[in-house]
Design a protein around this ligand. Structure first.
Ligand code: GLU
Ligand code: MG
Length: 651
């Protein structure tokens, strides 16, 4: 989850006092990096996935499934092999927010061969095997977006007791020991977000109203020790949660792409932005929070609310006196401006005008300067005393400090100092799936989308207010089938660069003018994925692309199965993980139609999840009945020789 500087964390007051210092030097560091690296070209299409796993402990006698807080020890073991062999170890392990989470990535990024798609699932499988080696017999690694009973009494092993009067989060439900303890960043972020906001975060998610769900649904929070803040912060008919852990304790699947050069990275950032809500809805996997069925299917807004450190002034609830800006979103939220064109950036961008000037004077163009100056309206929320004074010529910690605590649907990533890594973009919205097969499928689909976007010059951009409206729709129960989404009508039309601030843009089809409003329509996800009448569809475009490139038989067979999964989910022939979990809960004999996911339901559900991820049980409402990919640990040498490296059509 971002920058892991070593050292002693400063208090919130000390951090706040140094906020301008961090911002000023962060901007300088970005300018210096930009100058050095703006002309970097000919980088290969490298890409990689990140999967966040949860450690779950099953007690078969008591029929309980709890989160095992052993990530620190497990990580220590996992990293041993990597440390011994940093150049060639096939996996990389990093801590995540919670003491029950670990994050795994491939040891090396995948490269520009089609055959690399055949490695993804095998590497994910290897990661699971590696975790399992570090676990006890009753523990299991689950790729679960949200643990259904997170924050319910007794949800962790060992048991923990929340301390509402003291500590970092002061949650009624989530003890500080559940935060990863092996690095101070996570505790510090939790404390500072609360202190900056001036009170605890208040997460409210609509409850799913079943036949016997109390109406109105209002919980008595005094039973958890609430002395008023919970009563004020919670809304009727909502599931209330009160700390960062409920959000950042959720897992996801992220994919990072390296571009050939900075312009290509900016284009990819823009074209992938409208796909974020679509992929969030397609990958929906989290319908249960703090033991209640919710009316949302995804984690997104839970995390957004869980790190919302804005003060009342910043939220526009009080006139600005101490703070500098009214800010429309949390630090974890959607993209506010495009990087390659301004015509579709119709959200009024809040940005730091002084830092913007510094960026312009440093040679950064208007759009990129606004993007960075927008990220930099935020304060640093963790700072280490050893890192306060830096050499802006070589260090980038202050830049990364603010950059890595802006958790947007997409992230634009400059090359790290002293590395051979190029300009990258990170696709961040997808929910993690139970099986390696599904996670490999979603990863592959997204990487192929980048290939198709670049090869066919596809344009997906629509006004950002419409992308935001789509994101709101994508949270909802069964959004994949029930909602329509604003989508660009003619994704193949290559529009000439629109004039900034001009609502009328030139289209290249016959040179006729068209309004931005005429460029998009509302489509179902099924239409977006499969196409209809005059809309080509993402899957047919991917198939066209696959017909153009060299692919070995095994890789083609594997990819075909991945695309079939995406197709079936979009059509509703297979359930999303969220729908599957809902149905499991609602048809469980212990379910009382009151929205409550009891300990026994949780146990049976997670056991089933573990069996499905192991492949010892299947469910053909969730997964295709025959999954038999040809994934392998290595690319056969004959294929390595045969296939040509793809360098993103570099000029
Ligand atoms: N776990 C977070 C999520 O589900 C992401 C944390 C990260 O940036 O790695 O979106
Ligand atoms: Mg992560």
């Amino acid at each position: 989850m971002g920058l892991l500087s070593e050292g002693s964390p400063l208090s919130w007051e000390e951090t706040k006092a140094l906020a301008d210092h961090v911002r000023k030097h962060g901007i300088q560091q970005f300018i210096n990096q930009f100058k050095r690296l703006k002309s970097r070209k000919r980088d290969y299409l490298y890409w990689g996935d990140e999967v966040e796993y949860m450690l779950v402990k099953f007690d078969r006698e008591r029929k309980t499934a709890k989160l095992s807080l052993r990530a620190s020890d497990v990580l220590h073991e996992l990293q041993k092999a990597e440390k011994q062999n940093p150049q060639s170890h096939p996996t990389t392990w990093r801590p995540e927010y919670a003491a029950y989470m670990v994050e795994g990535t491939p040891g090396k990024p995948y490269g520009g061969l089609m055959a690399h798609f055949n490695l993804v699932e095998a590497n994910m499988r290897l990661r699971r095997t590696e975790i399992k080696k570090c676990l006890a017999e009753d523990e299991f690694p689950l790729a679960l977006t949200c643990f259904p009973r997170l924050g319910c009494p007794g949800f962790s092993s060992p048991d923990t007791t929340p301390t509402p009067e003291a500590g970092a989060s002061r949650s009624l439900f989530f003890a500080d020991e559940v935060i990863f303890q092996g690095h101070p960043r996570f505790r510090t972020l939790t404390r500072n977000i609360r202190q900056r906001r001036g009170k605890k975060v208040a997460i409210n998610i609509p409850v799913f109203k079943d036949k016997y769900t109390p109406d109105p649904f209002v919980e008595d929070l005094t039973q958890y020790g609430d002395t008023g803040e919970g009563a004020t912060g919670s809304k009727p008919d909502h599931i209330y949660m009160d700390c960062m852990g409920f959000g950042m304790g959720c897992s996801c699947l992220q994919v990072t792409f390296q571009a050939c050069h900075i312009e290509e990275a900016r284009n990819l950032y823009d074209q992938l932005t409208p796909l974020c809500p679509i992929m969030l809805a397609l990958s929906a996997a989290s319908p249960v929070y703090r033991g209640y069925l919710s009316d949302n299917d995804t984690r997104w807004t839970v995390i957004a609310q869980s790190v919302d450190d804005r003060t009342e002034e910043e939220m526009g609830l009080k006139p600005l006196e101490k703070d500098r800006f009214v800010i429309n979103k949390s630090r974890y939220d959607s993209v506010d401006s495009y990087l390659s064109s301004s015509a579709y950036s119709d959200i009024e961008l809040v940005y730091d005008k002084d830092l913007y000037k510094d960026l312009i004077n440093g040679g950064i163009d208007d759009l990129l300067a606004k993007h960075v100056a927008h990220l930099f309206i935020r304060d640093p929320v963790s700072l280490f005393s050893e890192k306060v004074n830096q050499n802006d010529e070589v260090d980038t910690d202050h830049f990364e400090n603010i950059q890595s605590t802006n958790w947007q649907t997409m992230r634009f990533k400059p090359p790290p100092p002293d590395s051979n890594i190029g300009w990258r973009v990170e696709f961040r919205p997808m929910e993690v799936q139970l099986t390696d097969f599904e996670n490999a499928a979603f990863t592959t689909f997204m990487v192929l989308m980048t290939r198709v976007i670049l090869t066919f010059g596809l344009k997906f951009i629509i006004p950002l207010t419409k992308v935001d409206e789509n994101l709101k729709r994508s949270f909802k129960r069964d959004a994949v089938l029930e909602q329509k989404f604003y989508f660009r009508k003619d994704i193949l039309t290559d529009c000439s660069p629109p004039e900034a601030e001009d609502a009328v843009i030139q289209c290249c089809d016959g040179g006729k003018k068209c309004n931005i409003q005429d460029q998009y329509t509302q489509l179902s996800i099924n239409d977006i994925i499969h196409g209809k009448e005059d809309f080509p569809g993402l899957l047919p475009l991917i198939e066209n692309y696959m017909d153009m490139v060299e692919i070995d038989v095994d890789t083609r067979c594997t990819i075909k199965q991945y695309l079939n999964l995406i197709s079936c989910r979009a059509k509703g022939k297979l359930k999303t993980t969220a729908r599957w979990i809902r149905d499991f809960v609602q048809s469980h004999p212990d379910y009382k139609q009151d929205s409550l996911v009891s300990e026994s339901i949780n146990y049976d559900l997670l056991l089933k999840c573990a069996q499905i991820s192991e492949g010892t049980q299947s469910d053909d409402t969730l997964l295709p009945s025959t999954v038999d990919t040809k994934t392998s640990d290595e690319i056969p040498s004959a294929i390595l020789k045969e296939q040509k490296l793809m360098c993103n059509n570099c000029p």
